[in-house]
Design a binder for this molecule. Structure first.
Ligand SMILES: O=C1O[C@H](COP(=O)(O)O)[C@@H](O)[C@H](O)[C@H]1O
Length: 231
């Protein structure tokens, strides 16, 4: 167990990335099966970005009742789905395939100029699924998680205990507008995993210790999580 100021999380350190991908996919499948044994449908939120693709490659080939799983993103970049920056595109290509093709993908983007234009519709779809059963999060080297970035315009709104489900976000380090699940929604998940890889991200996680959630938004979701790390 690692922790800081009342925040405790489990840190799983893997000998290499391949072992992390296989083991994390197995743990996610186990959590989803446990949730499916208690519920008719389960909500599963996953990150985009560069890290989770290989985990999705293993997970999508796993036998479970995918037809009862509702998959959503933790956050989306406000770009059309054919953009190679689209997190939805990553999910369609790497997770909603093979056995997991039977899962239902919930939208976190609708074609229009700004996230605010369709926020109510997206919120209504996601709100009906809550609480999340299982969430996988990523983290950037700047200590952002989902699209909760240090210095972002709606940072406080995403971190408030009474935060809305979805928060539109614009941040200096993000080239396009974003939409993100709030920390409240992420923390309400029954099981919470965080995937980080590389020495820079491990140093960033260490560096987050003692910092405020505004300076290190990862601190807002660490409590009770399992952090999976490999070099
Ligand atoms: O922009 C994003 O960044 C984070 C971290 O991404 P990575 O490429 O460093 O793995 C990701 O978790 C988030 O979902 C994504 O939108």
């Amino acid at each position: 167990m690692a922790g800081d100021q009342g925040v405790t999380y489990e840190f799983q350190d893997y000998p290499d990335r391949e072992m992390l991908f296989i083991d994390l996919a197995g743990q996610l499948a186990g959590d989803l099966r446990a949730a499916l044994s208690r519920n008719d449908r389960v909500a599963f939120a996953v990150p985009g970005g560069t890290s989770p693709g290989p985990v999705f490659d293993d997970l999508c080939a796993t036998d479970l009742a995918w037809d009862r799983v509702d998959v959503m993103l933790t956050d989306e970049r406000w770009v059309p789905e054919d953009s190679d920056r689209s997190n939805t595109r990553l999910l369609r290509d790497r997770l909603l395939t093979d056995k997991a093709a039977k899962a239902q993908l919930l939208p976190m983007y609708m074609p229009c100029q700004e996230p605010e234009d369709r926020l109510e519709e997206l919120t209504a779809i996601i709100e009906a699924e809550l609480p999340l059963s299982v969430v996988l999060l990523g983290m950037g080297a700047d200590m952002h998680t989902a699209s909760i970035f240090p210095g972002a315009d709606q940072l406080d709104a995403a971190l408030r205990p009474d935060a809305p489900v979805l928060v539109p976000m614009r941040a200096p380090g993000a080239p396009e507008p974003r939409v993100t699940l709030s920390a409240r929604v992420l923390n309400d998940a029954i099981r919470k995993h965080i995937l980080i890889m590389g020495a820079d991200k491990r140093a960033a996680l260490e560096n987050a210790k003692g910092k405020t959630v505004q300076d290190a938004p990862i601190n807002a979701v660490l409590d009770g999580a399992i952090v999976h790390w490999a070099e």
